[in-house]
Design a protein around this ligand. Structure first.
Ligand code: ZN
Length: 387
């Protein structure tokens, strides 16, 4: 099967995040089996989704990892002109959910399996296909945990998110939290007997807002369209009636950090303010008062060293030798980078078409990616690297 035929097969698996991706994974696993390539699956707790990891070629040296997520965003509420889970095509474009984000890249990789298997590679190619990327890199986190224990890890990684085949070296990280503030309710005529959860939540939100001002001045990076780390509170709810001191208030906030700025430290400052400043005050009036933080999602940013070998390497195999701007969307690359795999983001199609109705990838882009993977196979066949 060529990449277009494979893309048609992949799109037909409705792998919306949180739904099972096992049928798609089985399909890929069978393709690998046909070429006697072993693979391992790393499941979620419910065993409804799995990451797939496979090594082709020698297992005693680092090599190159090709990484992609198998899940797609939902089509609910979107108006499509064709069935999103059936590939449709015109002269130049291939339509379907996931065509550019990012089953096109996976299809290109799978189309070269016969070559990879036949080539007696001197440098290994690793495949890392994840689940639930779109809801906060959930699957890749588990994959990375298990890869951290591997005796030999990939040395370089290409994450094939849609960048128009440009090499992207940076994106911001993100963390999101739900905060629940619990106080004590009472009649609003006797506010001194209660602990007003809404007001303490507002105090914490004001602290987050001030931090944003402060952090903006600390560090900026003009290669991002918003050139500094940002904080944002997206929703809030609390209280029941004006004449009742509210017992509970919930809000959600996120931080999108420049990768050069330590995310844990920023989160720590917020938690510290809540615990060291607000809570003692609340508890002095009601000992069961509490402020809880629940992490909703997290992925680190990517900041590829301009001197990293992954850039020269990708340059050598990519038919389009072009460094792209840093991007606003997140990827799994920062997670892999965190366990010592030098990564960049480079894949076919445009992020402009991702997540939208009538998502498409151009045949030209898919062809460029086919060429890049072919060049990679040749290089791994001819050269023993990363020993
Ligand atoms: Zn994606």
């Amino acid at each position: 099967m060529n990449s277009e035929q494979l893309l048609a097969r992949l799109i037909a698996f409705e792998t919306t995040s949180t739904r099972s991706n096992l049928e798609l994974i089985d399909f890929v696993r069978n393709l690998l089996d046909d070429h006697r390539i072993e693979s391992q699956l790393i499941y979620n707790d419910d065993k409804t989704c799995a990451n797939l990891y496979a090594t082709i070629g020698p297992d005693d040296r680092g090599g190159i990892m090709l990484s992609g997520h198998t899940d797609v965003v939902p089509t609910a509420g979107q108006e499509w002109h064709s069935d999103p889970y059936r590939l449709s095509a015109d002269d130049s474009l291939l339509f379907g959910r996931g065509s550019c984000d990012m089953k096109g890249f996976i299809a290109s990789v799978l189309a070269r399996l016969p070559q990879m298997a036949a080539a007696e590679l001197k440098t290994p190619i690793h495949l890392a296909f994840s689940y639930d990327e779109e809801i906060g890199c959930v699957g890749a986190r588990r994959l990375v945990e298990s890869m951290a224990g591997f005796e030999v890890k990939p040395r370089l990684g290409l994450v094939g998110e849609p960048t128009g085949m440009n090499m992207v070296l940076g994106h911001k990280g993100k963390v999101a939290y739900r905060v629940t503030v619990c106080g004590l309710s009472c009649h609003s005529a006797y506010i001194t007997s209660g602990v007003n959860a809404v007001e303490y939540a507002a105090d914490l939100i004001a602290f987050i807002r001030n931090m944003n001002q402060h952090v903006m001045q600390q560090l900026s990076d003009d290669s991002y369209s918003v050139p500094y780390t940002t904080f944002h509170v997206g929703n809030i709810s609390g209280g029941t009636a004006l004449n009742i001191v509210p017992r509970q208030c919930e809000f959600e906030f996120e931080i999108r950090n420049l990768p050069q700025q330590e995310l844990d430290d920023l989160v720590h400052q917020i938690k510290h303010y809540a615990r060291a400043k607000l809570l003692p005050d609340m508890r002095s009036r009601h000992p069961d008062s509490d402020i809880k933080f629940d992490e909703i999602s997290y992925y680190p940013g990517l900041h590829t060293d301009p001197a990293s070998a992954v850039i020269a390497y990708t340059r050598a195999i990519n038919p389009l030798d072009c460094i792209g701007d840093n991007v606003s969307f997140g990827t799994e690359a920062g997670l892999f980078d965190g366990i010592g795999i030098d990564c960049l983001v480079c894949g076919p199609g445009s992020i402009e078409q991702a997540h939208k109705p009538d998502e498409y990838i151009s045949r030209e882009q898919l062809g460029h990616c086919d060429d890049m993977i072919e060049n990679l196979v040749h290089r791994c066949r001819d050269t023993a690297e990363f020993g």
